[in-house]
Every structure is written in C-alpha cells, then in structure tokens.
Design a protein around this ligand. Structure first.
Ligand code: GTP
Ligand code: MG
Length: 198
C-alpha cells in the first residue's frame, strides 16, 4: 500500500474510544520493548507512534488512521516487570476488550535475540483462540548476522507451535529488512477484506 496519509486519531482507554466505522484494523501485539511502535512507524514511513528505550511506554491503545481506509493500533506491551499488578491487569483487560470488539488482523512481534518467551507462546495461543488472523514479525533482526536469520525464524515458529498459514517474517525497523514482505501480507489481507464486502 502506498501511504498517502497517516494520522494519529486517539489514545483509547476504553471501549467507547474504539472506532465504530467498520474499517479494517491491524493491531501490533508483543512484549514491552519488542519494537511495536518502531515497526508501526517504519511501515507508515513516519514517526507517528512514540518509541522509547524505557519499556512500558505505550499504555493505551493508540489508534492511527492510514489512507483513511484502515486503522493501525499500537497496543501496550506485556511482560513489563516493573508495572504493578493492577496496571498489568488493566492493560490486559483493555487489550482483550479491544481485540474482541475490533477483531483486527494481528502482528505478533517476537524479539530475534530473546526468542519466543512463555508469554509470547501464551499470547499466540490466546490469539488463536480468539480466531485472530496472526502474522509474526521477528524484530530487531539487524542484531543478528544474516546466517542466523533462518534458524532463528524456524526456532520461533517451533516454540510458538505456529500454524502453517501463520507467516513468520524477520524484520528490522532500523534497516527496513522485511518491511516489504510484511506489507505484501497486509495488502493481501486488505484486498481480501474488500472482496468480502462486495
Ligand atoms: P512499549 O511501547 O514499551 O511496549 O515498547 P515497543 O514494543 O513499542 O518498543 P519500541 O518501538 O518503543 O522500541 C523499543 C526499543 O527498541 C527502542 O530503543 C528502539 O529504538 C529499539 N528498536 C525497535 N526496533 C528495532 C530494530 O528493528 N532494530 C534495533 N536495533 N532496535 C530496535
Ligand atoms: Mg510502544
């Protein structure tokens, strides 16, 4: 998709803030600090979402409208050790409400160097149970030599027990590797969505 416009809509903190216009949505899900906001910015070619080396930065569902035809949702990360239990539960409830009501396509991000953690496995299972269409982005791949990319992707696929139709794509928001592949997956999804509506 060629990005003609992309704008921040709002930081949603409850169901009433979620879009109701029926446009397709893409949600960025993953551990705190895995690179969700950075990937969103890279896909849009703009620095719209706030990124930070301090984990736990994104606390609401930050919604961006792309080409006036789709929403990108930057979600709070999970597994942020310093967050209090009440905070963690509030974020989990917000994410759950959002995913159930918006039924977005999901990009699950897994850190190339960390690999798929137990929380990532739980997130993948949970998304499968919700019936979400998931693709996995293996982030910060620039931190690994090219020779490690394939085995890393394979290991993450195994650990997540990813379904065959789940694409697992190595990406880097720093170098742009994998961004075109991720876009072609998203384009196919948006095209399918349009066909379904006709
Ligand atoms: P929360 O909002 O806290 O959940 O974090 P997030 O998942 O949105 O992560 P964010 O995009 O803010 O990135 C976290 C840190 O990782 C920042 O310091 C980024 O610069 C760095 N980072 C993100 N993507 C990449 C990447 O592809 N390569 C490298 N080397 N660093 C990255
Ligand atoms: Mg973020």
């Amino acid at each position: 998709m060629r990005i003609e416009s992309a704008e921040f809509i709002r930081s949603a903190v409850g169901e009433g803030d979620f879009p109701r216009d029926g446009l397709p949505q893409v949600a960025f899900v993953g551990r705190s600090n895995v690179g969700k906001s950075s990937l969103l910015n890279k896909l849009l070619g703009r620095r719209l979402a706030r990124t930070s080396s301090t984990p736990g930065r994104t606390r609401a569902v930050n919604l961006f409208l792309v080409n006036r035809c789709a929403y990108f949702a930057d979600l709070p990360g999970y597994g942020y050790a310093k967050a209090g239990r009440a905070d963690r539960e509030a974020w989990a409830a917000l994410i759950d409400t959002y995913l159930r009501s918006a039924a977005p396509r999901v990009i699950l991000l897994v850190d190339a160097k960390v690999g798929a953690t137990e929380l990532d496995q739980q997130a993948y299972e949970y998304l499968q149970r919700l019936g979400a269409v998931v693709q996995v982005a293996v982030t910060k791949i620039d931190k690994l030599p090219r020779g490690r990319w394939k085995p890393t992707v394979a290991a993450i696929r195994r650990t997540l027990a990813a379904a065959e139709d789940t694409a697992v794509i190595p990406i880097s928001a720093a170098t742009g590797d994998g961004i075109r592949e991720l876009w072609s997956e998203l384009d196919a999804h948006f095209a399918a969505g349009k066909r379904e509506k006709v």
